[in-house]
Design a protein around this ligand. Structure first.
Ligand code: AMP
Ligand code: GLY
Length: 423
C-alpha cells in the first residue's frame, strides 16, 4: 500500500517507524516530515495545514491510506477533504475533531452526559468572566476555547492573576480567535495520566497508559512545554483506575459523541487526573499525543497499519491489539532556552547504534547534514523489562547524541519510579 502521514514531528516519526514494520506498507510519504524522518519516509514539502495541497498530492499519487496526525489539520477538516476525494483515512472528521478544537464543546459534552471533569463555567465576554472571578474559589484555571499549541491554559492562584489571564486571552487575543470564548474551571489535584485509545466509534481499545513531563525544568519547575519526556506504563494508572475510566469515561464519551451525531474514529486521547474522588477528564485530544506516542507505539506488538485500517472500516472489535508488558522511557533532547528563545542550526551526530531508538522532531537536512531546527529536537526511547532499566538506557542513548546547545531534563521517569517503589 502507498501510505501518507500528515505531520512532521517526533510523533509522526514514531507512527512512521511503526507503520514501516507492516508487510502491507510499500512506500510511506511524510507531509512535510523533517530531516530525520527522511531516513524512514519520502518527505514532501507540503505544510500539514495546507489541506488543498495535501488532497491534491494524495489523489495525484494514488495514496491508498492517509494518516492525519496533528490537531490543526484534523480540526480544519483534512479527513473530510481527503475522504471526499476517495482517499481512505485514519483520523476523525471535522465534526468529531471538535472534541479537541473547542473546550467549550467538550466541557458541555461532559456535563450533558455526566462524564467526570472539573466543575466549570463558560464565558463569551470579558465582563461576565471578570464578575465571576470576584467570588470563584482559588486557585482557578482559565482556558482558551480553541487550539493554542498547549499554551492556552493558565492556572491562577490569585484573583489578579486570573483577571490578567482573562485579559490576555480575551482582550489581547494572545491565542487569536481561540480566545473568543473561555472556560473557567475548578482546580483539581492528583497525578496525571495520558491514555490514548483506538476507537472506530463502536469499540474502544485503550493503549498502554503513559506519563508526560510538561515542564521545562527538573522537579516539574519552569514553563510548560510541548513535553520533555514520557514513560509508559504510568504507575498511577492502576487496574482499578483503568476499570473506572472504561466505565465512567471512555465508553460514555463514545456514546456521547454518537448521540450528538459526531461519531469519533481514530485515536482519542484522554488527559486524565486521578483525583481523590476518582479519575476525571482534564482534556480530550483528537489525535495521538506527543511525546506519548514515542513510548506507546514502541510497546505495540500488533501491526499498526492493520489496526488503523480496522478503525477506518469499523471492525476494530474483530482484531487483536496487543502491547508488550515491558516499560518504555522517552527523553526529549531540546535546544537550550526552549520553550522561549533558542538558537538553532547546530549539526547533530546520531551514532549508528542509537538510530533505531531516535524520533526526530525539530531537525532539517542542510547539505546532507542533520541540523537542529526547532525547540524540541528529538526524542530517544528505550524499552526494557523494568522502568529503571528503560530510563537508564534512554539517558545513555540521549547522552551519546551530540549537538551544541542541547538540553534535556535529567529526571524523566523519576516520579514514576518513586511511585512504583512505594507500592
Ligand atoms: P490542558 O492543555 O487542558 O491539558 O492543560 C494543560 C495542563 O494544565 C494539564 O496537563 C494540567 O497539568 C493543567 N491543568 C489543566 N486543567 C487543570 C485543572 N482543572 N486543575 C489542575 N490542573 C489543570
Ligand atoms: N503531550 C500532550 C499532547 O500531545 O497534547
Amino acid at each position: 500500500m502507498k501510505i501518507m502521514v500528515v505531520g512532521g514531528g517526533g510523533r509522526e516519526h514514531a507512527i512512521i517507524k511503526a507503520l514501516k514494520k507492516s508487510p502491507k506498507a510499500e512506500v510511506i510519504y511524510a507531509l512535510p516530515g523533517n530531516g530525520g524522518i527522511a531516513n524512514d519516509a519520502v518527505c514532501v514539502d507540503i505544510k500539514a495545514t495546507d489541506i488543498e495541497a495535501i488532497t491534491d498530492f494524495a489523489v495525484k499519487n494514488k495514496i491508498d491510506f492517509a494518516v492525519v496526525a496533528p490537531d490543526d489539520p484534523l480540526v480544519l477538516g483534512a479527513v473530510d477533504a481527503l475522504e471526499e476525494r476517495g482517499v481512505k483515512c485514519f483520523g476523525p472528521d471535522k465534526k468529531a475533531a471538535i472534541i479537541e478544537g473547542s473546550k467549550v464543546f467538550s466541557k458541555n459534552l461532559m456535563k450533558k452526559y455526566s462524564i467526570p471533569t472539573a466543575a466549570f463555567e463558560t464565558f463569551d465576554s470579558e465582563e461576565s468572566a471578570l464578575v465571576y472571578l470576584e467570588t470563584c474559589p482559588l486557585p482557578t484555571v482559565v482556558k482558551a476555547d480553541g487550539l493554542a499549541l498547549g499554551k492556552g491554559v493558565i492556572i491562577a492562584s490569585t484573583r489578579q492573576e486570573a483577571r490578567d489571564a482573562v485579559k490576555t486571552i480575551m482582550r489581547d487575543k494572545k491565542f487569536g480567535a481561540s480566545g473568543d470564548r473561555i472556560v473557567i474551571e475548578e482546580f483539581l489535584t492528583g497525578p496525571e495520566v495520558s491514555v490514548l485509545a483506538f476507537t472506530d466509534s463502536k469499540t474502544v481499545v485503550p493503549m498502554v497508559s503513559s506519563m508526560d513531563h510538561k515542564r521545562a525544568l527538573d522537579g516539574d519547575r519552569g514553563l510548560n512545554t510541548g513535553g520533555m519526556g514520557t514513560v509508559a506504563p504510568n504507575p498511577f494508572y492502576t487496574a482499578d483506575a483503568a476499570e473506572r475510566c472504561m466505565k465512567e469515561i471512555f465508553l460514555p464519551t463514545l456514546d456521547a459523541m454518537n448521540a450528538e451525531g459526531r461519531p469519533f474514529k481514530g485515536c482519542l486521547y484522554f488527559g486524565l487526573m486521578i483525583t481523590p474522588s476518582g479519575p476525571k477528564v482534564i482534556e480530550y485530544n483528537c489525535r495521538f499525543g506527543d511525546p506519548e506516542t514515542q513510548v506507546v507505539l514502541p510497546l505495540l506488538m500488533s501491526d499498526l497499519l492493520e489496526i488503523m485500517l480496522a478503525v477506518r472500516e469499523e471492525r476494530l472489535s474483530e482484531i487483536r491489539v496487543e502491547f508488550s508488558d515491558q516499560h518504555a522511557c522517552c527523553v526529549v533532547v531540546a535546544s537550550k532556552g526552549y520553550p522561549e528563545k533558542y538558537d538553532k542550526g547546530f549539526e547533530i551526530t546520531i551514532p549508528e547504534s542509537v538510530r533505531d531508538h531516535v524520533y526526530v522532531a525539530g531537525a532539517a537536512l542542510k547539505e546532507d547534514k542533520l541540523v537542529s531546527s526547532g525547540g524540541r529536537v528529538l526524542g530517544v526511547t528505550r524499552t526494557a523489562p523494568t522502568l529503571k532499566d528503560a530510563i537508564t538506557s534512554a539517558y545513555s542513548d540521549a547522552s551519546a547524541i551530540a549537538f551544541e546547545n542541547a538540553y534535556m531534563r535529567k529526571d524523566i521517569g523519576k516520579r514514576a519510579l518513586e511511585a512504583k517503589e512505594q507500592n
